[in-house]
Design a protein around this ligand. Structure first.
Ligand code: MMA
Ligand code: CA
Length: 296
């Protein structure tokens, strides 16, 4: 029961006792009872004061604790705020740094691409140069051979008053310092080339219209392999090359040739008319013409 109820009860009981004492008219009894009642009232008041002070002190303690918690929370909040702004700054710095690195990488990549393109250009120029040097060297070699044999022949002619030595082996034909052999049998291109090599010769190289004219006079209605082949890369013909490595300059194609029929015609032959046709290297229908420099 709360202290206020106790007080109310005390006062009510006091009033009742007073009333009873007056009614009875007994003063002594009244005095004694009054004393006890005053005492009870006093005790109730003290008790009330004690309870109140306890409650008050408890409330003030809780208030102080709450206030200190509030301070703590405020401090924490400001610390968190500081940390957040530092983090934001870090994120900003990182973003800037990333975009700078990206731009640098982009520049490096572009430079790399440029350099690569330049290098590839230089490489192809070098390749062209190398091809040209190879061609020129082969041509120079051929010219040197021609000059040497011409010189030799001239010397011999001077020595003997006239040339008496056998210029070409039997059954070979002489034309402008070279000996030519027209085969009687037929073979595939590789075998034909081996036959010539076995005689110290090679499949014929037709250098000009004079030579072409000479050869076409001796076909006797047959076809012959020439020393000319296609250069094929990834299935596509890039050009034609003589067996001494020189690219084709002079040519005497039949009309519509070379047609690389069925994509298999890598070897060149002379038709009986003297005109040229590209044909499969594995054809066994054709004979061959060997050529070598005259030996004297
Ligand atoms: C045709 C013609 C040539 C080809 C041969 C292959 C007879 O000539 O197409 O170009 O090389 O056929 O046998
Ligand atoms: Ca052909």
């Amino acid at each position: 029961m709360p202290p206020s109820s106790w007080t109310l009860l005390g006062i009510t009981s006091l009033a009742l006792q007073l009333k009873r004492s007056l009614e009875l008219g007994r003063w002594e009894y009244y005095k004694q009872r009054l004393f006890f009642l005053v005492l009870a009232l006093l005790m109730a008041t003290v008790l009330w004061a004690l309870i109140l002070s306890t409650l008050l002190s408890k409330a003030s303690r809780e208030r102080a604790a709450l206030l200190s918690n509030q301070d703590l929370l405020r401090t924490n909040a400001s610390e968190q705020k500081l940390m957040l702004s530092a983090l934001k700054e870090d994120v900003g710095t990182c973003g800037n740094c990333c975009s700078m690195t990206k731009a640098q990488l982009q520049t490096t990549l572009t430079e790399f691409k440029d350099t690569r393109a330049k290098l590839m250009e230089q490489q192809s120029t070098l390749k062209e140069l190398q091809d040209r040097v190879i061609q020129d060297l082969a041509k120079a070699g051929r010219d040197r051979e021609n000059i040497r044999s011409e010189l030799f022949r001239a010397l011999e002619a001077v020595k003997h008053g006239n040339s008496s030595c056998e210029l070409c082996p039997p059954s070979w034909l002489l034309f402008q310092g070279s000996c030519y052999y027209f085969s009687e049998t037929q073979a595939v291109w590789d075998t034909a080339q081996s036959h010539c090599a076995g005689q110290g010769a090679h499949l014929v190289i037709v250098s000009n219209l004079d030579e072409q004219g000479f050869l076409s006079q001796h076909t006797r209605g047959r076809g012959y392999w020439l020393g000319l082949r296609a250069i094929r890369h990834l299935g596509k013909i890039q050009g034609y090359q003589w067996v001494d490595g020189i690219s084709l300059t002079f040519s005497h194609w039949n009309s519509g040739e070379p047609n690389d029929s069925r994509g298999q015609e890598d070897c060149i032959m002379m038709l009986h008319s003297g005109l040229w046709n590209d044909a499969p290297c594995a054809n066994e229908r054709d004979g061959w013409i060997c050529e070598k420099r005259s030996s004297c």
